[in-house]
Design a protein around this ligand. Structure first.
Ligand code: 4NP
Length: 140
């Protein structure tokens, strides 16, 4: 799960997907295309909204997306088109590019729908964000 800072959107998406999968069989990770928050906990607003759904994301620490992630993961879900552009810049093969998709593509095919960046907004952006993910993650 990839966003810009890896402190707001992708930690929520990461937490929800991990909560729904058998973690003995699947590895879930999240990262940001930017490095500003590397090593930091998720934003308190993400922690709060996740906790309302009984999902604990406090153990997560931000990391930056790297070319190595292409080697480890089968699917790379990005939150918006800007993340998509930044992530595919690091791909070395067409097969790697094929791993990348907008997370909302599964629920809104062909619409290029994005999860809006909630960082500079109020808490509502986070509530909206968590609703955005629950549906697509359940469909995966
Ligand atoms: P995220 O939100 O990409 O959902 O983690 C952001 C977090 C931090 C910044 C931008 C977006 N920032 O500019 O520091």
């Amino acid at each position: 799960m990839v966003c810009l800072g890896n402190i707001c959107r992708s930690p929520l998406a990461h937490g929800i997907l991990e909560d729904m999968l058998d973690t003995n069989r699947f590895e879930v990770q999240s990262s940001g295309t930017g490095a500003w928050h590397v090593g930091n906990k998720p934003d308190p607003r993400s922690i709060e909204v996740a906790a309302k759904y009984n999902i604990d994301i406090t153990h997560q620490r931000a990391k930056q997306f790297s070319t190595y992630d292409y080697e480890i993961y089968d699917y790379i879900f990005v939150m918006d088109k800007s993340n998509y552009k930044d992530v595919i810049k690091l791909a070395k093969t067409p097969q790697e590019i094929e791993k990348v998709s907008l997370i909302l593509e599964s629920t809104h095919p062909g619409q290029d729908k994005e999860v809006p960046d909630p960082y500079y907004g109020g808490k509502n952006g986070f509530k909206h964000g968590i609703r955005c993910y629950i549906k697509p993650v359940r469909k995966l």
